[in-house]
Design a protein. Structure first.
Length: 143
């Protein structure tokens, strides 16, 4: 196995504040702009990234600036891997929601978004770290 080219791995770790959520998202999007991604892949990666970071901030860290969240991107010719973790207690990811959230709900869409736009979803045992893989030029899994 080849080691990861450090120029293609990007890491952020910040206290859980809304400003830092935006800083990580903006920084990651600047990194992604350097790659010629298909529009569907660009949209999917941005959506997955923002959803995972927002979940870490809101649900994992409960917006507590004394807790930290981190994000890493690993980009290759074929895929992007997004890993987001937080210092929260985690959640039981093994329990699947019984139905899709109503369109009027302001939260609860994360797992659905992950399942539509990520080719792989892996949680750590504690439920406070998610690793999402998006394989490029594959469209949505349903296409």
């Amino acid at each position: 196995m080849n080691p990861i080219d450090p120029r293609r791995q990007f890491d952020w770790k910040f206290p859980a504040t809304l400003n830092n959520v935006e800083q990580v998202c903006s920084g990651a999007l600047k990194v992604l702009e350097k790659y010629s991604l298909h529009k569907k892949d660009q949209f999917a990666v941005e959506l997955l990234l923002r959803e995972a970071i927002n979940n870490a901030f809101m649900h994992g860290c409960h917006r507590d600036p004394l807790l930290f969240f981190s994000c890493s991107l690993v980009i290759s010719e074929k895929e992007v891997i997004i890993a987001v973790s937080d210092e929260g207690t985690g959640f039981d990811w093994r329990r699947k929601p019984e139905s899709l959230p109503k369109s009027s709900c302001e939260s609860g869409r994360g797992l659905c978004i992950y399942s539509i736009y990520a080719n792989s979803i892996i949680y750590n045992d504690g439920g406070n770290c998610v690793t999402l893989t998006r394989i490029f030029n594959q469209g949505d899994k349903g296409e």
